[in-house]
Design a protein around this ligand. Structure first.
Ligand SMILES: Cc1cc2nc3c(=O)[nH]c(=O)nc-3n(C[C@H](O)[C@H](O)[C@H](O)COP(=O)(O)OP(=O)(O)OC[C@H]3O[C@@H](n4cnc5c(N)ncnc54)[C@H](O)[C@@H]3O)c2cc1C
Length: 306
């Protein structure tokens, strides 16, 4: 727990971000979790995943943008990604973070930027997933998502919920009424006990409860986890309730439990891999280390090897 908190603290340090991004040996090690720095490297990674039977979701790494011109650059980047998906024929959708589109500047700007990406996806018959970030932006993220969903259909834009938040059960009920396609994850940020379950067992129990609600809803949702207990609970529930494998998808992160990704795809489950790429990989990479501090040793060992 201490190691996790320390790594999450480091993930927010701007000075370290600048240093790490320029430090070559560190950069090399990120290839385990980050597909590359540009679209073409991500396309190559997704081609490999498609060959293994998995689909993907592009994620351009650049969260917490505080400059308007940069947020507009993010829109153009995602428009290029959506075009490249069509040109290359790879099987992928896209995931966006609203802080990338201006949430730290102004909600209206964020909405306009996100809308431009969703509109491009709609034109191309693709899908945009709005990632969920820290609890300080949960409500505004839902508000912007609901505006987008009012304009675009169920299969064009979806949202994420985090099982560690106390509010999520209520949010899921609301979202299903719209209805909305939901990605269920445990949650990756450092949250106070007032808003999130401090005990991992409560998060896991909530995850299983929410997974059942989602699968029983008849809407196509994403069950995002690497946890064998969550995966087994999902498979058991689907079998017991006669829910077909085609009615939902599992989702995992690039480079995490690759063995399970391949296995589930071989077993006929739908598997989508979230493929992050970009130059500002530092906060994302540190959150992945925080999830499994054992990975820090993997990184240090490889750094020492040069
Ligand atoms: C596709 C996808 C999208 C996501 N989107 C969001 C989002 O929008 N917002 C958000 O807050 N979070 C998001 N997350 C992150 C998520 O909230 C968790 O932080 C992350 O998935 C770890 O939780 P877990 O369910 O894998 O279980 P955990 O309880 O963290 O881990 C269970 C087991 O999985 C394996 N494992 C987990 N992480 C790692 C790792 N980094 N390296 C190696 N093994 C690992 C280990 O075997 C571990 O014991 C996303 C995750 C996925 C898979």
């Amino acid at each position: 727990m201490i190691a996790r908190d320390a790594l999450l603290f480091l993930s927010r340090q701007e000075g370290l971000k600048d240093f790490a991004t320029r430090f070559r040996p560190f950069k090399k090690l990120t290839t385990r979790f980050v597909a590359g720095e540009n679209i073409e490297e991500a396309v190559a990674a997704i081609r490999e995943l498609n060959a293994l039977g998995a689909t993907a979701s592009f994620d351009h790494l650049n969260e917490g943008v505080t400059n308007k011109a940069e947020t507009e650059g993010e829109v153009r980047e995602y428009q290029r990604v959506l075009a490249r998906i069509d040109e290359t024929g790879i099987k992928s959708n896209v995931s966006i973070k609203l802080t990338q589109f201006g949430l730290d500047i102004e909600p209206e700007l964020t909405y306009r930027n996100a809308r431009a990406v969703v509109e491009e996806a709609a034109r191309r018959g693709n899908f945009v997933r709005v990632d969920m970030e820290g609890s300080n932006v949960t409500q505004i993220t839902f508000d912007i998502f609901k505006r987008l969903r009012a304009e675009f259909d169920l299969n064009t834009v979806g949202i994420v919920v985090q099982a560690y938040l106390r509010r999520t059960e209520r949010d899921v009920q609301e979202l299903l009424k719209i209805p909305a396609r939901i990605r269920l994850c445990k949650g990756a940020y450092n949250e106070p006990p007032e808003v999130a379950f401090p005990d991992k067992r409560d998060t896991d129990a909530n995850y299983v409860r929410l997974m059942r609600v989602l699968l029983a809803s008849g809407i196509y949702h994403g069950i995002a986890t690497h946890d064998p207990k969550m995966l087994d609970a999902t498979i058991d529930f689907a079998q017991r309730e006669g829910i077909p494998k085609s009615a939902f998808e599992f989702q995992m992160l690039y480079g995490v439990r690759r063995d399970l990704q391949v296995q589930l795809a071989r077993d006929g489950y739908k598997m989508r891999v979230y493929v992050p790429y970009g130059k500002t990989w530092y906060p994302y990479f540190m959150r992945r280390l925080a999830e499994r501090p054992a990975n820090v040793w993997f990184v240090l060992k490889n750094m020492l090897k040069g």
